[in-house]
Write a protein that binds this ligand. Structure first.
Ligand code: MSP
Length: 557
């Protein structure tokens, strides 16, 4: 290896870590949570849940939290006649409640106002400084308060404000900017250009989907990668962490926020524990914060001689009727409200099933109702109910199968198609999970469940029930259908943990047998046709949702 390549690779270890580390962005506390915020958390949660299903016994660290400093929060607190600490605590609680409501199984919920975080930011600053990557300067430029950043000329456009006067705004976000001149500290971003390109291209999977890798490369290769301002005068932004040794400056909120991932990993605590966790395996972000995570963040880490993240998963946004969600348009979709109607798993399913990472998704309640009714209520839920009904299944079991009866049913085309589909399903889903294509996971599972429904209807178990001579075939139909449901539920756990858990409890699958290595242990191949008792509880996996039209029709009857 030549010395140049050696220099570029110096931050990359090939060592396996004992802890897998997943993160969500930390949420600004200047607004209530909406489905967009929930979406970032869901992608991270489903990914780490899949990691757990696929790696029995693994240890996972999964962090989320709130981003609480900076002028945006300072202003929001003022507008709400509240002190910044009270204001932050109040909104941070709502993000915590969101995580709880939607089973975001985080191990850590960080708030950037915590003392440990403050110490980590200051320690990290000292390391960057000691390594010679910080200098003081006078900065002047167009500053956007809402986006918390200085913008270059190419990122601006002129427009007309509400009062009819010409104003400058960010061409990306549309938020107003103001001309600002102030002393502050700068980070030598330009010196990381080559290493950033190396990091971004050394493995295709660092930034996914690929279109976002291209955006970053364009930004780094075509722009001039100017140094970045990493502090603000305390006189303007007092609500922040003080720069070590200079009380007149607070740390730039994006540096402060990004360091949350180090705080959670224990950077300032125990170095041996930190080593087990670092670097992050999967960092989930939305497309609006790509530059911060795909340029600034790895450069900060390189400057501190730390390994940058192993992968960043960037997702697109949710719109409503094709428009950006905003308070002023009154079209913000509240996840708490919606989960009251659709349940938390219902909304999880819709967002993960309909959202694709590479382009924006459009939210509509009509679409939610259609998908949940057809896929969760009819295709999945109804199939279980049919197998558990007292008329067909009076003993309430996943019945034993007899080899002969299995062989005669398995000779039918409809059975062959079902078995083939179930046998392929685990590997198909694994591939989609590894590519973070949750919509494809759901699609494949629903398609197998359609085969199971067709099998059930073709074999007409209610007819088999009538004739004592076909009772063995009836057992096969019930067994194969419930075996399909077992496979589907294990694979659906990362997307809809409650519903899958209820289903697996009902068909009596032990908790330690719900991993990927168990899923392929199909009963027809291991020939262990043991009977299992069904769980006692009567369950409806997913209750059909009545649309407004359905409700009106019901009322008119
Ligand atoms: N505080 C920063 C992140 C710092 S991470 C070190 C921030 N916060 S945010 O609350 O504005 O956004 C958090 C996440 O929500 C981002 O991933 C963002 O993309 C996501 N979403 C916000 N609106 C969204 C949609 N309309 N749709 C999908 N996700 C969106 O940025």
């Amino acid at each position: 290896m030549c010395s140049r390549t050696l220099f570029l690779c110096r931050h990359y270890s090939s060592q396996a870590k004992s802890v897998a580390y997943y993160t969500t962005p930390i949420y600004y506390v200047n607004a209530n949570p909406h489905i967009g915020h929930l979406y970032s958390s869901l992608i991270a949660d489903a990914s780490q849940r899949w990691h757990n299903v696929a790696n029995k016994g693994c240890i996972i660290k999964f962090s989320t939290g709130t981003d609480e400093h900076g002028s945006k929060i300072q202003q929001a607190a003022e507008t709400n006649n509240s002190s910044p600490p009270d204001y932050c605590s109040n909104i941070s609680k709502r993000y915590k409640a969101l995580a709880e409501r939607f089973n975001i199984a985080c191990t850590d919920f960080i708030r950037t106002t915590e003392e440990t975080h403050k110490n980590t930011v200051q320690n990290f600053w000292n390391v960057l400084n000691k390594n010679g990557h910080i200098y003081s300067s006078t900065y002047s430029g167009w500053y956007c308060v809402s986006d918390e950043s200085f913008l270059t000329d190419s990122q601006l456009k002129e427009t007309v404000g509400a009062d009819g006067r010409k104003i400058m705004v960010s061409s990306e976000s549309g938020h107003p900017v103001e001309w600002t001149e102030e002393p502050n500290y700068m980070f030598k971003l330009h010196s990381f250009r080559e290493e950033l390109i190396y990091w971004l291209t050394r493995d295709e999977k660092i930034i996914r989907p690929k279109k976002f890798q291209k955006i970053l490369l364009d930004l780094i290769c075509n722009g001039d990668l100017p140094d970045v301002s990493i502090s603000r005068p305390s006189s303007r932004v007092h609500w922040g962490i003080r720069v070590p040794g200079d009380d007149a400056q607070t740390v730039y909120v994006w540096l402060d926020a990004l360091v949350n991932y180090l705080t959670v990993a224990g950077y300032s605590l125990d170095p041996s524990e930190f080593q087990k966790v670092w670097p992050p395996d999967v960092q989930v972000i939305g497309k609006d914060i790509l530059k911060f995570h795909g340029v600034y963040w790895p450069a900060f880490l390189m400057a501190a001689n730390l390994e940058p993240p192993r992968s960043i998963l960037c997702h697109s946004h949710w719109t409503v009727d094709g428009e950006k969600m905003s308070k002023s348009k009154n079209n913000v979709v509240c996840p708490f409200d919606r989960s009251g109607v659709y349940t938390s798993d219902g909304l999880r399913y819709f967002l993960l099933r309909e959202g694709v990472a590479h382009s924006d998704g459009n939210y509509s309640d009509t679409k939610v109702i259609r998908i949940l009714n057809s896929e969760l209520a009819d295709t999945l839920g109804n199939l279980l109910s049919r197998c558990c009904g007292a008329a067909l299944n009076p003993d309430q079991t996943v019945p034993r199968m007899e080899v002969e009866a299995l062989e005669s049913v398995a000779a039918l085309d409809v059975t062959k198609r079902l078995i083939e589909s179930v046998e392929k399903l685990p590997d198909v889903c694994r591939g989609h999970y590894e590519d973070f294509n949750f919509y494809r996971v759901a699609d494949s599972i629903i398609s197998t469940l359609h085969s199971a429904n067709l099998f059930f209807e073709t074999l007409k178990p209610w007819e088999l029930k009538k004739n004592p001579q076909t009772s063995k075939e009836l057992d096969v139909v019930l067994h194969l259908t419930m075996e399909t449901l077992r496979v589907a539920a294990i694979l659906l756990q990362p997307i809809i943990p409650n519903i899958s858990g209820d289903l697996l409890d009902k068909i009596n699958v032990e908790k330690h047998q719900r991993h990927f290595e168990d899923v392929k242990d199909f009963s027809w191949t291991n020939r262990e046709f043991k009977e299992r008792k069904l769980g006692l509880e009567k369950i409806v996996l997913f209750k059909r949702i009545l649309s407004d039209g359905d409700k009106r029709a019901k009322a008119n009857k």
